[in-house]
Design a protein around this ligand. Structure first.
Ligand code: GLC
Length: 755
């Protein structure tokens, strides 16, 4: 208590002292994070910040050797922060973006927009905003810059400086210094919070279309997936399940018995995810609209009247998710809905998208908040330079005047999914909530996964999906992925085969397409493509023990599940621009095939050091038919890091059937004849893992002479191991695999052939 008092006293003195000089700067005791406050900083215009779950705790004056410092200014009515970053720095991040992984010379606007085929304003802004830039210096050290600002703004990444320009009032900048990109992600998510561990089923293959209707068609899709033995976990219900696009209702004609439909899916080990948009059809007598009007929950127009804009149902009201009481009301709506057996929720159109609205959204002078709402009551922020007594003062200036959409537009989606998440937890307190959101903001990974919106069925956008997914991961959103096969227009056989073959190595794996397009289920283009897709999806399922372990790690320390190659060796400058090949976790490299490329793929320095696992996969996959069918060329090259062990499960048709009692351990020894790996196991859903009901194991391999021993050692958690565990080793040397026999217990051994 005493210490806390002393720290806040120090802060107050410091603020007063530096405040007089115009700009304040503080850093954490570990000297990793510094916060910079411009002259005239008004916390009521920015707080509570949706970005930070934890503010940096202890603070002290900025040390003289702190490198990066923003220069704040007001220019042409904009608030600007410029950070000189030095020379030779590679810049990354900035959220969901078109273009390459490396962001030097690129600018993005932060203004969430509904952008079919990424066509709006040349793709310079998309569905999510992340005021975050990551920098990698030539020596491999890293820094991160957060502009703690939700107002409409832009980021300009030049070669030697980063410029944030905002339409709102002066904002603070938080800078992180770290030894490397891994540590930077850990530090970022220590501040912004971690993604909650998703349910295991959300990592499986998912089938979607706008829309599967009526319910008989949904059953048919589920039956076909099972009949063709395509492993899968989720069927998605797009807007046509609703009655006249009214959220929280079901079409009496096409989906009259949702509970029975969901039950049918569950009996085949499918989960059912349903869409909920923010726009509420403005119609007297419709319970959601009546409740929202009675509670005065709508976003207002400039005259203070409930704003009405068109979306799918026609004229709609829009919940003002910025207000806690509106979020609370919204959460209550999910109870009856989820009780029909719905497993997950898809929140779409939440930029918010308004058909025919200015810039495809609502007017910027629409109003959020209410006279009753205390903007700062939710979170006390000690780093405010203007006032350290938030939430404790009698001063009423913090009672929000109605505040413009310009400030809250970018966090409309974030606040929607925050409320939805509360709703799912209220409805099913024992289940891990799964929400997929199209729009979001830095920090919103705490509430929802994301997909990259309405992409195009084209080769260009297939390739684009790699840096886009990587960049989102580097921006603190590990659980994301594109519509596989592409959404707008129609896919063709080759495109679907290639996109699925590489897409199964992305964090989120869903095939989805627009109304009116050609079918693009794995079987839609005949046997050859079906075989490619099935083999690819089977690989995903076999790799799930490895992938689930990666999600667990992301939920603890923010490491992206899908990573750029430079993460493997931050000092290797040749990897800094690589955005076709990528890593799934730290140990598996995916080099997608380009059907248009002549000759062998361009292999980087790193790729030459990692052996391919193709020969091991061939042996593992043999029982289920020819590898890759007639188009094996669609499958990416898969390479494994020397010194690593990748655990693979036996094939399952859904995660409900997935078992970790029989594991094939892919082993690539390092130069010293050693390798290690990790395995995380738990119930796959629910929260008992939080109380220790999980099993974290360490895999260790070592070679003595020609004798290879691989062991699975319990490291953490108190979940018992499977009653019987069977292990088999697949040791990969020079691209060839040698298998051991299946052996019971936690240790497997084999004698390696002479090389
Ligand atoms: C939006 C979504 C798309 C969905 C469609 C109909 O365009 O991005 O995924 O299918 O709306 O709900």
């Amino acid at each position: 208590m005493m210490i806390i008092k002393r720290v806040s006293l120090l802060v107050s003195c410091l603020v007063v002292a530096l405040g007089a000089m115009g700009q304040a700067a503080l850093m954490t005791a570990d000297r990793k994070v510094a916060a910079f406050y411009p002259e005239g900083y008004d916390a009521t215009q920015h707080q509570p910040s949706p970005i930070f779950e934890h503010e940096p705790t202890a603070v002290m004056p900025l040390s003289a050797d702190w490198q990066l410092r923003p220069r704040f200014e007001q220019r042409d009515g904009h608030s600007v922060a410029t950070i000189a970053v030095g020379t030779g720095v590679d810049l990354y991040g900035t959220g969901e973006v078109t273009g390459p992984l490396r962001r030097n010379g690129r600018s993005v606007q932060l203004w969430n927009v509904d952008t079919p085929a990424y066509g709006v304003d040349g793709g310079s802004h998309l569905y999510l905003s992340h005021p975050w830039v990551m920098g990698l210096r030539p020596d491999g050290t890293a820094f991160g810059i957060i502009a703690d600002n939700t107002w409409r703004s832009a980021i300009d990444c030049r070669d030697d400086e980063v410029v944030f320009t905002s339409d709102g009032p002066a904002f603070r900048v938080v800078i992180i210094e770290s030894d490397g990109p891994q540590q930077l992600m850990a530090e970022l998510t220590r501040l912004t919070g971690h993604m909650e561990l998703p349910p295991l089923w959300a990592l499986g293959y998912q089938q979607c279309r706008f829309s599967y209707q009526p319910d008989a068609r949904v059953r048919e899709i589920a039956d076909t997936l099972r009949m063709l033995r395509i492993p899968s976990d989720v069927i998605w219900m797009d807007i046509d399940y609703m009655d006249s696009y009214k959220i929280f209702t079901f079409s009496p004609k096409e989906f009259p018995q949702p509970a029975q439909l969901n039950d049918y899916l569950h009996r085949q080990n499918f989960k059912a995810v349903y869409m909920i948009d923010p726009g509420v059809k403005a119609e007297q007598g419709y319970f959601v609209d009546d409740q929202g009007t009675a509670g005065d929950y709508w976003v207002k127009d400039r005259d203070g009247q409930p704003y009405v804009g068109n979306v799918w149902p026609g004229p709609c009201h829009f919940p003002d998710f910025i207000r806690p009481e509106v979020r609370h009301w919204w959460a209550t709506l999910y109870k009856d809905f989820m009780a029909t057996g719905i497993d997950g929720v898809w929140n779409d159109m939440n930029e918010p998208s308004v058909f025919g609205g200015p810039g495809g959204t609502m007017p910027v002078d629409n109003l959020h908040g209410s006279e009753k709402w205390d903007v700062r009551s939710e979170k006390y922020n000690y780093m405010n330079t203007s006032d350290n007594s938030a939430g404790k003062t009698n001063n009423t200036s913090h009672l929000s005047p109605l505040t413009s959409h310009l400030r809250f537009h970018n966090v409309y989606g974030l606040n929607m999914v925050r409320a939805s998440r509360d709703g799912l937890l209220l409805a099913n307190p024992q289940k891990r909530p799964f929400i997929l959101s199209r729009s979001n903001f830095l920090g919103g990974h705490r509430y929802a996964a994301t997909w990259t919106g309405d992409n195009l069925s084209s080769w260009d956008q297939m390739w684009l999906s790699i840096p886009m997914t990587l960049t989102l991961g580097l921006s603190g959103q590990p659980f994301n992925g594109p519509d596989i096969g592409g959404f707008c227009e129609s896919a063709n056989a080759d495109l679907l085969a290639h996109w699925t073959a590489m897409g199964v190595f992305f964090p989120f794996v869903r095939n989805h397409t627009i109304k009116g397009s050609a079918n693009q289920e794995p079987w839609a283009f005949g046997d050859e493509v079906l075989q490619v897709c099935r083999t690819a999806i089977e690989r995903r399922y076999r790799l799930l023990p490895y992938i689930y372990t990666l999600f667990r790690k992301a939920s603890l320390d923010g490491m992206p599940v899908m990573r750029p190659l430079f993460m493997a060796d931050p000092k290797d400058l040749s990897l800094r621009r690589e955005d076709r090949a990528f890593l799934l976790g730290g140990d598996l490299m995916v080099v997608p095939k380009d059907p248009k490329a002549q000759g062998a793929p361009d292999i980087s320095t790193l790729q030459k050091k990692w052996p391919p696992i193709t020969s091991a996969l061939k042996t593992i996959e043999a029982p289920s038919g020819a590898v890759g069918g007639a188009s094996p060329s669609a499958h990416p090259l898969l390479l494994q890091r020397p010194g690593s062990i990748i655990p693979m499960a036996q094939l399952a048709q859904s995660t409900a059937e997935l078992r970790t009692d029989s594991l094939t351990l892919l082993v690539v020894l390092d130069a010293d004849g050693q390798a290690t790996g990790q395995l995380y196991e738990d119930e796959g859903d629910g929260f008992s893992y939080r109380a220790g009901n999980y099993r974290q194991s360490r895999l260790e391999a070592s070679l003595a002479g020609r004798q290879l021993t691989v062991s699975l050692r319990h490291a953490d958690g108190h979940m018992p191991a499977p009653a019987q565990r069977w292990l088999r080793i697949a040791c990969i040397r020079g691209g060839r695999a040698q298998f051991s026999a299946w052996q019971q217990g936690d240790v497997a051994t084999m004698k390696l052939h002479k090389k």
